[in-house]
Design a protein around this ligand. Structure first.
Ligand SMILES: Cc1cc2nc3c(=O)[nH]c(=O)nc-3n(C[C@H](O)[C@H](O)[C@H](O)COP(=O)(O)OP(=O)(O)OC[C@H]3O[C@@H](n4cnc5c(N)ncnc54)[C@H](O)[C@@H]3O)c2cc1C
Length: 429
């Protein structure tokens, strides 16, 4: 029983941990509400192969991958387009079909001896004596020594944890990116715009949209920090079709709404008998909404922690190492990314336009590179001539200054009082 592990949902991190733990002799079962042949978003997404190497699992075969090119960014009024100096394809970021990626991870799990129960919906955790002791599904109740929650942002396990677990049940609405993604048939027209175009505050909506000009289709994303509906989607599409005339009417894939938790990881994501991973714990890059690679790497951190717990006592204290290792690896980048996202959100259309127009935001922020004296002088002149952006830039500066302190003060060893104090500081970021 102590080596019995249940994974709720076939999320990427849960599958990675499942494969690694089954490989070490644990009895692992994944409960997934979807059917095997129908898992994963109905489109391609980008990720990095180094995550597979870090996790120690086989990367997807080359035939499933294609390289991604750099994105060009439009300011809200479209008066500025930031383009990379080098538009060649990336050697590290790859596109993969989400269904193929999940099939690949499930194949690895099965080889390692993981059991799957597809088509079985998890309803919530079973709580006994101050710990998670199993799950309830639409077909029954099952005991386990540890429940790994990989059921995504709307996980019914996390949302039904008792208050004493101290885990945030649902991220704030303001930290949710509401998306609509669809691949449309090309209609034979063309466009002189770059292949990958992203738009801030497209059509006045607080978020970012994109259009990608693929050989076989047009890939459209509408993404907002406020709820979106068919009217907002149609209006965004209409605007896109004016500039990207190749976007046809026929829907080829996708065509539905989905949520992304674009915030730093939850301050706490382990409890007695419980560990969350992936979107369920908000393990994502807050600016881009990418979470596949972080989830896969967290899978290895979790499996290492669990395998190192002698006697199978999966208490919050013993599982803390997983939380600690996760924060050490990802916290600084995630917080920097979140500070930038908050800047974009708080700026509003007018101030963001000013920052693009006055060269306060330039290609250097988007693509990296060394600042020259001229860059700095232009930026300083832009800031001085735009007093409305100064408070905003001060706020992002203060947030960024807090990051080293949060990183340094994270308790190395489990100490309940010190941890609750640290979580309060982290939550106020
Ligand atoms: C439009 C869009 C574009 C994105 N683009 C990228 C990108 O380019 N790169 C990137 O890295 N990430 C991207 N993401 C984010 C990415 O989808 C997630 O971060 C990633 O999937 C990690 O989530 P996860 O594996 O934890 O959970 P999910 O992928 O959400 O998987 C959760 C699984 O749990 C199952 N489940 C849910 N509830 C239950 C239940 N009650 N019972 C049983 N099973 C259940 C679901 O069916 C699902 O299989 C994008 C997301 C969206 C919406």
């Amino acid at each position: 029983m102590k080596r019995k592990i249940i994974v709720a949902g076939a999320g990427h991190g849960g599958l990675t941990a499942a494969a690694l733990l089954a490989g070490k002799g644990f009895d692992v079962t994944v409960f997934e509400k979807g059917e095997r042949e129908n898992l994963g978003h109905d489109w391609e997404d980008c990720t990095v192969l180094s995550s597979f190497e870090f996790a120690g699992i086989e990367p997807p075969p080359a035939r499933l991958l294609r390289p991604m090119g750099p994105i060009s960014y439009f300011s809200p009024s479209k008066s500025v387009l930031l383009r990379p100096e080098d538009e060649s394809l990336s050697s590290t970021i790859v596109y993969i079909d989400r269904k193929e990626l999940l099939a690949h991870l499930i194949g690895i799990c099965e080889k390692a001896g993981v059991n799957f129960r597809f088509g079985e919906e998890v309803k919530g955790p079973v709580i006994k004596n101050g710990r998670v002791s199993g799950i309830k599904t639409d077909k029954g109740e099952y005991d386990c020594g540890l429940l790994i929650d990989a059921a995504g942002v709307l996980s019914p396990v996390r949302m039904n944890l008792p208050g004493e677990a101290g885990i945030c049940r649902m991220p704030d609405e303001k930290d949710m990116l509401h998306t609509f993604r669809a691949l449309y048939e090309r209609n034979g027209e063309s466009s002189s715009l770059p292949q990958y175009c992203a738009y801030f505050y497209h059509n006045g909506n607080r978020g970012f949209d994109w259009v990608i000009d693929e050989e076989t289709h047009a890939d459209v994303l509408v993404a907002s920090f406020e709820k979106i509906n068919d009217e907002i989607r149609d209006s965004a599409l209409e605007d896109f079709r004016k500039d990207h005339k190749y976007i046809g009417e026929k829907l080829l894939r996708g065509g539905y709404y989905a949520l992304i938790p674009v915030r730093r990881a939850l301050a706490k994501f382990v409890w007695n008998g419980y560990a969350a991973i992936g979107d369920s714990a908000s393990m994502i890059e807050p600016l881009s909404g990418s979470g596949i690679s972080q989830s896969i790497e967290a899978g290895r951190l979790l499996a290492d922690t669990v395998a190192g717990i002698e006697g199978g006592e999966y208490t919050e204290k013993n599982l803390y190492k997983y939380e600690y290792e996760y924060f050490r690896r990802f916290m600084r980048n995630q917080l920097r990314d979140e500070a930038t996202r908050l800047l974009m959100m708080e700026a509003g259309v007018k101030r963001l336009d000013t920052m693009f127009d006055k060269r306060i935001i330039t290609g250097k922020e988007m693509y990296g590179g060394r600042y020259t004296f001229k860059d700095i002088a232009l930026k300083a002149a832009g800031i001085i001539s735009s007093p409305s952006v100064i408070p905003l830039l001060c706020r992002i500066g203060i947030r960024n200054m807090k990051i080293p302190g949060l990183y340094k003060t994270l308790p190395r060893e489990y100490d309940e009082k010190a941890l609750r104090k640290w979580e309060n500081k982290y939550n106020r970021f």
